[in-house]
Design a binder for this molecule. Structure first.
Ligand SMILES: [Zn+2]
Length: 67
């Protein structure tokens, strides 16, 4: 029985890691926003990508929404 609980805990742990956070990234300014950020909504050049991908591109978190 203990093994099952351990397995479930492991599965839940993995699923939370796999769940990538999506941000709205501006390739011009290299700033990424939370999708709810007003700046993200008016941004026309922005693309929706993973937060990790945005950081890999050299992106910085928006000062207003925190990315
Ligand atoms: Zn923002």
């Amino acid at each position: 029985m203990k093994k099952i609980i351990l397995l479930l805990a492991l599965l839940f742990g993995l699923s939370s890691i796999a769940q990538a956070e999506t941000v709205v990234y501006n390739p011009n300014s290299k700033i990424y926003h939370n999708p709810t950020c007003p700046s993200a909504k008016i941004c026309k050049t922005c693309i929706k990508i993973d937060k990790q991908a945005a950081q890999q591109k050299g992106g910085r978190a928006c000062k207003k929404c925190g990315g």
